[in-house]
Design a protein around this ligand. Structure first.
Ligand SMILES: N[C@@H](CCC(=O)N[C@@H](CS)C(=O)NCC(=O)O)C(=O)O
Length: 222
């Protein structure tokens, strides 16, 4: 490809970091447009034309707009990847990837949001019940990884990108990953595999920033 896509991003957002890391993995040329969600920049009329659901990430690929991190990664893989290794064409393999993405979005990230939103946006105390629900999603992830190399089988796929951004963000707000041996083994391997895509710059720095904001919110309760 010789054109440049526009990637609408907010570094604190796990799904936004997943898509950006994937853009970097494929070596796709891109302009980064940071939308500051704290200032409501996602609600501008211009951005609502790109994503009426006002969430990051979203992309503009030469006038073709795509939103939702999973859908963006699937689109970019089909359109620009050199092969189908990160999002397989095989129906059974791709269904497993889809199932893990479903888990990531509708279960893991949902539980994560329910835990962090009251603290981040309503200055509430963290809920032990919501923490437990998120921890259950970690337990489920650990079970998925039993006797498995990667989140969706024997190879790294877009599901690993989706889930690593949530796990790394949870780690910065003191969820204990050490009790989940399969997650720890996968996490170490995935970080190494993703290092050359700019893992530290794209994902870890955003996760750390998120952790700082969250911990600052908690200071009011000590
Ligand atoms: N399923 C979506 C979730 C995206 C999402 O929830 N993004 C949040 C930040 S983490 C957002 O942009 N929120 C702003 C808003 O809803 O106005 C995806 O994977 O892209």
């Amino acid at each position: 490809m010789n054109h440049i896509i526009t990637y609408y991003h907010f570094p604190l957002s796990p799904p936004s970091r997943a898509g950006l890391l994937f853009v970097r993995a494929l070596g796709i040329k891109h302009n980064l447009k940071i939308l500051n969600l704290s200032n409501g920049e996602q609600n501008s009329p211009e951005f609502l034309k790109i994503n009426p659901f006002h969430t990051v990430p979203a992309i503009d690929d030469n006038g073709f707009y795509v939103y939702d991190s999973s859908i963006i990664m699937k689109y970019l893989s089909k359109q620009y990847a050199k092969d189908d290794s990160l999002f397989p064409n095989d129906p059974k393999k791709s269904t497993l990837v889809e199932e893990r993405l479903y888990f990531s979005t509708n279960y893991m990230f949902q539980a994560f949001r329910e835990y962090i939103i009251p603290v981040m946006f309503r200055n509430d105390q963290p809920s032990a019940e919501k923490a437990k629900e998120f921890d259950q999603s970690l337990r489920q992830l650990n079970d998925f990884l039993e006797n498995e190399e990667w989140i969706a089988g024997k190879h790294m796929t877009i599901a690993d990108f989706s889930i690593i951004t949530i796990v790394s963000t949870a780690e910065t707000i003191m969820f204990d990953l050490n009790k989940y041996a399969n997650i720890c083994a996968w996490y170490k391997k995935a970080k190494e595999a993703m290092a050359s895509f700019g893992y530290e710059e794209v994902n870890q720095s955003g996760a750390d920033q998120f952790g700082e904001v969250f911990k600052t919110k908690l200071k009011q309760f000590v």
